[in-house]
Ligand binder design. Structure first.
Ligand SMILES: [Zn+2]
Length: 124
């Protein structure tokens, strides 16, 4: 069993973040048609094997990557300038694309309100 990765030590590790942004959904027949803002909450989950030091990934490394590639770009912006038709769904896809080359992604969660959210598990 040595050198073989132990599946009992595979784990999903998540970190949650928040950012504030405005958006509008011009084709939507409802309140989100008009310009307004949300405090978005996101959860970034990675999956991997626990290494010899006992980590899947260092939480601070995950935080640094998400801050640089997502939060610094989206916080206090008009999302429509960055993401086409910025629904929670399209925002989750955008975040996945931003992070997929830097992290072993498992899931991206995006809350548009405390009770409305999407979960994205990749493009397949
Ligand atoms: Zn909205």
């Amino acid at each position: 069993m040595k050198n073989k990765q132990d599946s009992t030590k595979t784990m999903v590790l998540c970190n949650e973040f928040q950012f504030d942004a405005a958006h509008s959904l011009p084709n939507y027949k409802g309140k989100c048609k008009n310009l307004h803002g949300h405090t978005y909450k996101i959860r970034v989950c990675v999956k991997g094997h626990v290494n010899e030091e006992g980590f899947v990934i260092d939480f601070s490394e995950l935080k640094n990557i998400v801050t640089k590639k997502v939060l610094d770009i989206l916080d206090h912006t008009y999302l429509n300038d960055i993401i086409k038709q910025p629904t929670a769904e399209n925002t989750a896809i955008w975040i996945w694309v931003q992070l997929k080359d830097s992290l072993p992604l498992h899931e991206i969660w995006v809350w548009e309100t405390p009770t409305s959210f999407v979960i994205f598990r990749g493009e397949k």
